[in-house]
Design a protein around this ligand. Structure first.
Ligand code: NAP
Length: 469
């Protein structure tokens, strides 16, 4: 039986690896997701059968309840609410690992008849680590959900949170040593107190981080939930959990590092630097002074005429496209241009929007063909041959200051070189800065035109104007 169970874990691990590989390309992402789900089903059944204490009836019931909740949640959630759902699922994962670790301690202590209970060092380290990462993931993820929903604001007392975190870690260290080596009389109460400390740590670690940095935090918490699962695997001596947890932990860390690199920010700056706009942002008057009298304002009619004669057009989507929900209008305009014989592409910056893959998800919803989505490094050399680049609610990811101005907070962040196009049309509601809170020289360049308005409305006006040509 044990050989069969270990074989199932191996199959599940292989499916997870192929699943993650599939998710690296939009074209294979759905298949990757299905492979991972199959792997998870095999791993769950094998893990429950492993202990031989749970009846198959309960396993089936648990699977049915869990699967029903999952399907209902996935069907109901809007595309734009995906980051919140991912964060909540991370939190549940962390909570599950926390409970497994705590229950394992109580069970082991009971078996050893309380008095002689002296756990080994490696088991104890896995236990405390599992409790810490599980609890931090649980509460940290739900603070992140609150921030993503706009219900929890950016914390003002950053120093207070940092002090609580330091105190919490000190209490955890002392309490853990006493729990493991002190043979305390009321071990259950001490364990409960340590769990509460870890839950508070999760809140205090995430509260001071700016709301706009939540995608990085969610990705990091995703990695923590994997590490918590892996630690629970060591506590239970369960190979399946160790493998799965390590895969999630490693892939979450890699994604976090990719996001930080694409923003040219260190993880330490994201986690402990406070909100980026608050650190770097310019005042409204400074922002207005930067643009005063220098922006060439255009109209939907003028852009329609420009597009009518363009043979190469690149759409550059950003966060504003998501706010405006303009993906379908973008696709409609693109199809019109293609019918007229123009070559149309979409330039995708790795951190455009507010979550990894945000633009891919939005454009996939509008059924934009995958082969028209072109990544930054591939599209950048093509901008000099592009007749019109249409920037739709993107700002920081097209700001030339990132490559030219060493004093800029985004200096070093790779950008889409739209300024090299023959004409750039910028569509945004006004002159507000983007996430980084700084002005953008692109908007006042000689080859730039700006159409003010909500991206969806402006696109609809351009479509209407093109029909009238
Ligand atoms: P951005 O720099 O945040 O700029 C978005 C622009 O959209 C704003 O300037 C805004 O200007 C405009 N806008 C808002 N609503 C609009 C609407 N309804 N119609 C038209 N325009 C609208 O966006 P980005 O260029 O996509 O850059 C993303 C930023 O987020 C980067 O700094 C990145 O580092 C950061 N970030 C990304 C992630 C991620 O995972 N993707 C995670 C954390 C941080 P108006 O108000 O004037 O319209």
């Amino acid at each position: 039986m044990q050989t069969l169970i270990n074989f199932c874990y191996l199959i599940a691990a292989v499916l997870f690896i192929y699943g993650i590989k599939g998710m690296t390309l939009p074209k294979t992402a759905v298949r990757g997701n299905q492979l991972s789900a199959l792997g998870m089903l095999i791993a769950v059944v094998a893990a429950l059968a492993d202990h031989n204490v749970i009846s198959y009836g309960y396993i089936a019931l648990g699977l049915a309840i869990g699967a029903t909740i999952g399907v209902v949640m996935a069907k109901r959630v809007q595309m734009t609410e995906m980051p919140e759902m991912v964060a909540a699922l991370n939190g549940f994962g962390g909570g599950a690992s926390l409970m497994v670790a705590a229950a394992s301690y109580l069970e082991a202590q009971k078996l050893e008849n309380l008095v002689n209970f002296v756990p080994s060092l490696d088991w104890s380290v896995a236990l405390i680590f599992g409790i810490l990462t599980g609890a931090v993931t649980l509460t940290g993820s739900f603070v992140a959900v609150g921030k993503l929903m706009g219900k929890v604001g950016d914390a003002k007392q950053v120093k207070l949170y940092k002090a609580i975190v330091k105190l919490g870690f000190a209490i955890l260290l002392a309490g853990s040593i006493y729990l493991v080596y002190g043979n305390p009389l009321h071990a259950e109460l001490l364990l409960l107190a340590l769990i509460v400390v870890c839950l508070i740590l999760g809140v205090c670690l995430v509260m001071p981080i700016g709301g706009a940095d939540m995608p990085v935090v969610v990705s990091l918490l995703n990695s923590y939930s994997g590490l918590a699962g892996s630690a629970a695997g060591f506590v239970l001596a369960n190979n399946g959990l160790i493998i799965t947890g390590s895969l999630v932990g490693a892939s979450g860390l890699i994604l976090t590092s990719i996001m930080c690199k694409a923003m040219n920010r260190s993880l330490v700056n994201v986690l402990f630097g406070g909100s980026m706009a608050a650190q770097a942002g310019v005042s409204k008057s400074e922002n207005d002074a930067f643009y005063e009298g220098k922006v060439k304002v255009s109209s939907a009619d003028e852009v329609a005429m420009l597009l009518d004669s363009a043979s190469r057009v690149v759409f550059v989507p950003g966060y504003g496209l998501a706010v405006a929900q303009a993906q379908h209008a973008t696709r409609e305009l693109a199809s019109m241009l293609q019918k007229k014989g123009a070559v149309v592409k979409y330039a995708i910056h790795p951190v455009a929007g507010r979550m990894p893959g945000h633009m891919n998800v939005l454009l996939a919803e509008a059924e934009v063909p995958y082969d028209q989505l072109v990544e930054m490094d591939t599209i950048n050399p093509e901008f000099p041959q592009t007749d019109v680049a249409i920037v739709l609610g993107a700002n920081d990811v097209v700001n030339p200051a990132a490559s030219k101005d060493p004093a800029s907070p985004i200096y070093g962040m790779p950008i889409l070189d739209v300024h090299n196009s023959k004409t750039v049309v910028v569509v945004k509601r006004g002159l507000s800065p983007g996430f980084a809170g700084i002005p953008n020289e692109l908007f006042i360049r000689d080859n730039s035109l700006m159409v003010n308005g909500d991206a969806k409305k402006v696109l609809q006006d351009i479509i209407a104007a093109m029909k009238d040509l």
